[in-house]
Each structure stands twice: as C-alpha cells, then as structure tokens.
Design a protein around this ligand. Structure first.
Ligand code: PAF
Length: 272
C-alpha cells in the first residue's frame, strides 16, 4: 500500500532518530519508490560521497522543502578523463553515513557501476555547445559522463526537486537545461557555494591539500573576485604557484580551474 504524506513524514522523523535506509540494490530501491503516493514530494541530492558542509547545505535545503530526501553516493567513472583522479577520489563512507544521518536524510542509494551501466556506457547524453567549454574543453567527455549518470539517477529516484551546488555552476546549468530539454517534471535547484572562512570554496578535493595548500587555495576566490581582468587574475595565481587550466568570463560569471599541489580546484563568481 502507498504510504500517505503523514506516514512518510512520520517515517522521516523516526529515521532521523535512528538509521537512514541504505539501498545498494537499485532493484530494491525501484520497488520501494513505487510505494510512494504521488503527493509525497521527493527531494534528491546526487553526490560522489566525501561529504562536507557544502553537501550538508544541499541536504538541509532538500529536507526543508520536501517530504522525503534521497541522497546518492556514487563515484562515477565515466566523468573522469584522468584515471588517477578517479582512483584518488576520496572515499569516506563511514563519515558520510554520520553526516547524512545527522542531517536527517531518509534514504541513500549507493549503486555499483554494473547496476547503473548495464549497457557498459553504450548510451550517452551528449550536449553539443556549453559542455565543450571551460571544464569540458580540458576534460574531454567529462560532461557526457555527468549528464548520463545524472539522467540515470533522476530516472531511478524520480524526484520533484534535485539540488546542485553553484560551485559546479557549469554542471548545474547543463543539468538544468537537460531536464528542460527532455521535458522532465523536475525542478533543478541551484544552491549557493559554501566557503571556508578564508573564502575557499568547499570541495571534497580540499582534503587532498596540505595545511599550507589549504591556506593558499583561498587565493583563488580572492583573485577572481578582486582582479579586474581574467588575465590579471590568472597572472596572480601563476605568480603564487598555481597552474591555471582556464580562467574565463562567460555570461555574467567568471570561471576558473587551477591546480595546486596536483589537486584540481574550481570556482566561479558572478561579475558585476
Ligand atoms: O557534482 C558531483 O558530485 C557529480 O558530478 C554528480 C552530479 C554527483 C554526478 O556524478
């Protein structure tokens, strides 16, 4: 029998106090999803794990705005063009469980590659313009992997709202436009970038920086916000030991990707 709104709210509270429901079988999650009545609003936060306060802010927003929140944790290999970057991606399952449970998430899906890619990535979502710029120009195929996995996850979860951080603004915009393009009844919600006190954008990759690197990485936000031109901002970063991949104004935003201590960091700000 489908749970009513009240039952789901009750279930949300009881899960909040006990354990979050974890699905590593997508078949089981799909059956579970079928039990929901249409009036239960579902929020979805897709992640690759290594959760930090930035993710928690997306989860909190989803929990506030919906009856039931689903978190996905899947380090998606098809969006990594560099195999080392994929293998080095931080995995912090136990800490993620603690954060997700404390936030009050209702369900976590943690699929395997074979479950998400039964076709072994024969079918792809490819966007032909914006995905080729900025991060897409350097990381060939990156957004094909992102859009494909997000499409699969959205089909599985069938949320009313899905939440994405503006730190990955290009990703947010591409997903937002894909959802519109394919007439999917989902609201793609942008959430502001969370920053450390230093201004550094919160990112799972920050954990790979040394203490000194963490301090220095704050210069990215400082220079892209303060410098008048992209050339000046890029030069300042280079002078401070960053390898700048790109630093570009696009529409009303300034975007940057730069390496520090071999870690690729991205950020963006609106330009006035
Ligand atoms: O932003 C991320 O963590 C990933 O790109 C996403 C959206 C979960 C897809 O793998």
């Amino acid at each position: 029998m489908s749970p009513t709104l009240a039952q789901v709210n009750f279930r949300k509270k009881s899960i909040h106090m006990s354990k979050v429901q974890v699905f590593d079988s997508m078949t089981e999650f799909l059956s579970f999803r079928q039990t929901f009545s249409p009036d239960v609003e579902i929020g979805f936060v897709p992640t690759m794990g290594a959760l930090h306060q930035g993710h928690v802010s997306l989860l909190n927003r989803s929990i506030d705005e919906n009856d039931f929140t689903v978190l996905s944790i899947f380090v998606n290999p098809t969006q990594f063009n560099d195999p080392t970057d994929f293998t080095k991606y931080p995995k912090t399952w136990d800490a993620d469980m603690v954060l997700a449970t404390a936030a009050g998430v209702n369900a976590i899906i943690a699929p395997t590659y074979n479950q998400l890619y039964p076709d072994n990535y024969r079918y792809k979502i490819i966007e032909g313009e914006f995905s080729k710029k900025l991060c897409g120009a350097e990381r060939i195929g990156h957004f094909d992997g992102v859009l494909t996995v997000v499409m699969k996850l959205l089909q599985i979860v069938r949320p009313h709202k899905a939440y994405f951080g503006e730190k990955d603004y290009q990703q947010f915009k591409l997903i937002h436009d894909m959802v519109q393009s394919f007439f999917m009844p989902i609201q793609v919600v942008p959430c502001p970038t969370l920053r450390e006190a230093s201004g550094l954008a919160m990112s799972s990759r920050n954990t790979r920086l040394s203490a000194e690197g963490l301090k220095k990485a704050a210069l990215i936000y400082q220079f892209i916000s303060e410098e008048k031109t992209t050339v000046q901002a890029a030069q300042k970063l280079t002078d401070h030991g960053f390898q700048v991949e790109y630093l570009q104004d696009e529409g009303d935003r300034r975007f940057v990707a730069a390496f520090l201590e071999g870690v690729r960091l991205i950020d963006n700000v609106t330009i006035k």
